[in-house]
Design a protein around this ligand. Sequence first.
Ligand SMILES: *Cc1c(COP(=O)(O)O)cnc(C)c1O
Length: 412
Amino acid sequence: MSDTEIPLHPPTEVLTRGFDPTLSVGSARPAVFRSSTYVFPSPEAAERAFDLMAGRAQRESGEGVALVYSRFNHPNAEILEDQVAPLEPGAAGALVFNSGMSAIVTALFAHLRPGRAIVYTVPIYGGTQKFVQNVLEPWGVRGVPVRAGDAAGIERALRETPDVGVVLVETPANPTLTMTDLRHAAQCAAVRADRPLVMVDNTLLGPVFQHPFRHGADVVLYSATKYLSGFSDLIGGFALTRDPAVAAPIRALRGLLGTILQPDECWILNGRLPTVALRMRQSTKNARMIVEALARHPKVARVHYPSQFRDAEQVRIRDAQCQGAGAMFSVELKGGKRAAFDFLRHVRIARDAVSLGGVETLVCHPKTTTHSGFTDAEFAQAGITDGLVRFSIGVEDWRDLLADFERALEQA
Ligand SMILES: *Cc1c(COP(=O)(O)O)cnc(C)c1O
């Protein structure tokens, strides 16, 4: 076995794959290539690059990537895609996007057609839900929502819905962290003759605590804005696939729409990948300590967090599917909206903001912000109450955060 064939572990690969210093004048870390267009060494090379880009020819082994024009690809996207792939075991490759939403939209448009259906778990990210309802449905794609964690519901939807193109699962569901069994969803999809693709939005627990390809997913989607980038200072996304044939139409549509991430942002995001596991593990340790204390607090009615699950089925899915509980939880305060707002008014270290996955701790009130468009029935189904506050814990010292929360609870 030659050196290059020894399989490396993800934390090593993320620093070594896909980057050749000799192509960056010897720089130990990648340079930024801002160019919008690339010079061809010969007219024949230009012809070959266009054949490869259009899919009229396949790359031969050892043949380099054809760089043409930066809406299609560019060196910083190529390096980033090579380095993110090992973080999601089973991925054959990755595509980077200029937001999580553009990764989701591009992947869905590439694999759905008018007359087909998408089965999706709810609650799902608000933008995803709006895209299904306000864009896909008017275009003739039928949306079939199924409650997160409802195994019988998924089974029924996949038995009874004709012509399903995609099953889209977001697990755990935001903000109550209800889990959906990925293996079960993939099995329900696999027995159908039309073999719908199973896509998983893995933003909340990946790429450290949940690996959907191991459970039968075909596409793993990310908002890289969250844990992957980790500093609440850029917007980006990924679609990873197990099969290059599933990636090809997504890549082609990305090239048409121009939803690739720009070189500077790729370079920034690339530098964040080697620390994503360190950041997620530290914030998860913090979250566990804080959750244990808040669960006993007299002003807290209930805490939603994987280590606190009581439902036997949820415990089973958690143990089969996740290697950690993550750094997000929700707390139901006694005293409803007023208590929740008073709490948010009085936190000093944590900030009242939506989004999650940053090194800094954020808190928000889902009912009036991230989920404010819901109907009463949707609130009830999603478990979103007036007193619910969502937490995204960062890497501060947990004792300071807990003291901050306890002080704010005194005022709630
Ligand atoms: C934030 C988020 C998205 C959307 O990502 P953007 O980067 O904001 O476009 C999608 N899914 C989940 C679960 C998210 O948290």
